[in-house]
Ligand binder design. Structure first.
Ligand code: ATP
Length: 488
């Protein structure tokens, strides 16, 4: 509206000046120049090909053998890809073509790798883009990009003499969130609508069959219209790898590295509980970097152990603590380690008072096996380990410090989980119906009980704790076996 008034006023001024004998040609020329500059800028911003960072169509060299673990996801995916591999059979039986496969799971678990392997397996052209690349301020640009992506996929496949293409869209939740929820919803909605239109238009009769694969860490945000049959009608879960999966991934990423005889990938897999494939790749890489720094010709188990700490906590810091601070850290970490061994024998993998990332010290615990379920006593043991650091400080040094705040947070979370899972004195509860006061009291009760046990254990193991702290002051890092000897 303001724009229109401005243009009208400018025209009126020009006419007025012209009538009164003023030479308006230079002004008109200037105005014309301004319009050209503005239009060029707009075109550049709208230029689809220029700003989209799509991985242009390639033949993928990644195969399913290059992906460690993820056997369920691989099998599910291969089964779904039969649709692409046997188009004639599909048509003969009147089967509707598979148009989309959604890969869901945490970051770094190999979703992009699986999409690339799918392209290789089906001999398809592979085009990748990220959801965020389709969303711009200007309405219509995202939709135009979607159209262009599909067009490009067909063109490149034809050029390569292939009859199928896989379009991979990472972070699909950015462009395919529930419609009407975004502030600039018109642009988001148009982009998603265009994707749905393209998918609806795909058929087996085309010379290039397109399969859309998309990945997300937030399947809950996706517009249900996208998941309805005939669109993304296969969802494959890509979870964090289990112990065997981790070992398989480590094996793949150490293939090109000279390993010492002492390297035990099975043990590294045990100690990397909760790591994704990307974390494990990073562990292997960091281990080799550490070997390089030491001018070693082979990568040892020690390098791998330090690499795990680095990936978990960050780079070793050159921060020098005062001696009494360092001793406090030794007592604190010693408390975690000794109580850890008492409540969960064999669980401590290593203990260090070398600062890394945000941590001044650290006890690494290696669970025997991946745990999917935890019992009440296991949860209570975890709370006890969390409380042990500050308890050791209080009993042996006379007072606590601020170093335990994240331990308390963790203990609180576990206790809260116990309450909401029906494992507290309240019995089975409905979380929403629980008043904050009752929840608070019950969590407090659980933590108080654990605190009593930890106080007893720390008091009765004071001498081992003092010995462990002295050893740490001397050697900085100790293996779990040393803690076990002291506890025994
Ligand atoms: P994001 O959700 O963050 O996009 P993603 O699930 O797509 O992650 P990828 O990009 O496929 O993860 O994996 C990142 C890197 O991690 C890979 O290049 C590879 O080095 C390693 N990686 C992840 N999973 C595996 C696996 N199962 N086997 C081998 N390497 C893996």
């Amino acid at each position: 509206m303001v724009k229109e008034i401005g243009v009208g006023a400018a025209v009126a001024v020009l006419v007025f000046l012209g009538i009164n004998g003023v030479d308006v040609w230079p002004l008109l020329l200037l105005l014309g120049l301004g319009i050209v500059v503005f239009a060029t800028g707009l075109m550049n911003r709208l230029n689809v090909g220029q700003s989209r960072k799509v991985e242009v169509g390639v033949r993928s060299s990644v195969s399913f053998q290059d992906i460690g673990g993820q056997n369920t996801a691989k099998n599910e995916l291969m089964e779904a890809l039969e649709f692409v591999l046997r188009p004639d059979d599909m048509e003969r039986l009147g089967i509707r073509p598979l148009k989309g496969i959604l890969l869901t799971g945490p970051p770094g678990t190999g979703k992009t790798l699986l999409a690339k392997a799918a392209a290789n397996y089906t001999d398809s052209i592979f085009l990748a883009a990220s959801g965020s690349e389709f969303v711009e301020m200007y309405a219509g640009v995202g939709a135009q990009r979607v159209r262009q992506l599909f067009r490009e996929a067909r063109q490149i496949a034809r050029k390569e003499n292939l009859n199928s293409a896989i379009i991979f869209i990472d972070e699909i939740e950015v462009m395919a969130g529930r419609r009407g929820q975004h502030q600039s919803h018109l642009e988001y909605d148009q982009t998603l609508n265009q994707l749905l239109v393209e998918m609806d238009g795909m058929s087996t009769q085309e010379d290039v069959r397109i399969l859309v694969m998309a990945a997300t860490n937030r399947a809950d945000l996706i517009d249900p219209a996208l998941l309805r049959p005939g669109r993304f009608d296969r969802t494959v879960r890509v979870d964090l790898p289990d112990r065997m999966g981790r070992e398989a991934i480590l094996l793949l990423h150490t293939k090109n590295k000279p390993l010492a005889k002492d390297v035990n990938l099975g043990q590294i897999a045990v100690e990397t509980f909760g790591f994704s494939g990307a974390h494990l790749e990073s562990v292997c890489n960091e281990a080799a970097i550490l070997a390089l720094r030491e001018d070693a010709t082979i990568v040892t188990q020690g390098h791998f152990k330090s690499a795990i700490d680095k990936v978990l906590l960050g780079e070793k810091l050159d921060r020098h603590l005062r001696r009494e601070e360092l001793y406090r850290v030794a007592i604190h970490e010693g408390g975690h380690a000794i109580i850890g061994e008492l409540v969960n024998p064999g669980s401590v993998s290593s203990i260090t008072i070398a600062p890394r990332g945000m941590a001044l010290g650290f006890v690494r615990q290696a669970p025997d096996d991946d745990r999917l379920l935890q019992t009440v006593s296991e949860l209570k043991a975890d709370i006890a380990v969390c409380l042990a650091g500050s308890t050791a400080e209080r009993i042996l040094l006379g007072e606590q410090s601020t170093g335990a705040s994240s331990d308390f947070e963790k203990a609180w979370d576990i206790a809260r989980r116990m309450v909401t899972s029906g494992l507290s004195s309240l019995g089975v509860v409905q979380e929403e119906a629980l008043s904050p006061e009752v929840l608070y009291q019950t969590v407090q009760e659980i933590i108080r009980d654990s605190q009593e046990l930890v106080d007893e254990l720390v008091t009765s193991h004071q001498s081992s704790l003092l010995e462990l702290a002295a050893l740490l002051m001397e050697q900085e890092t100790l293996p779990g076996e040393r803690v076990r000897e002291l506890v025994a």
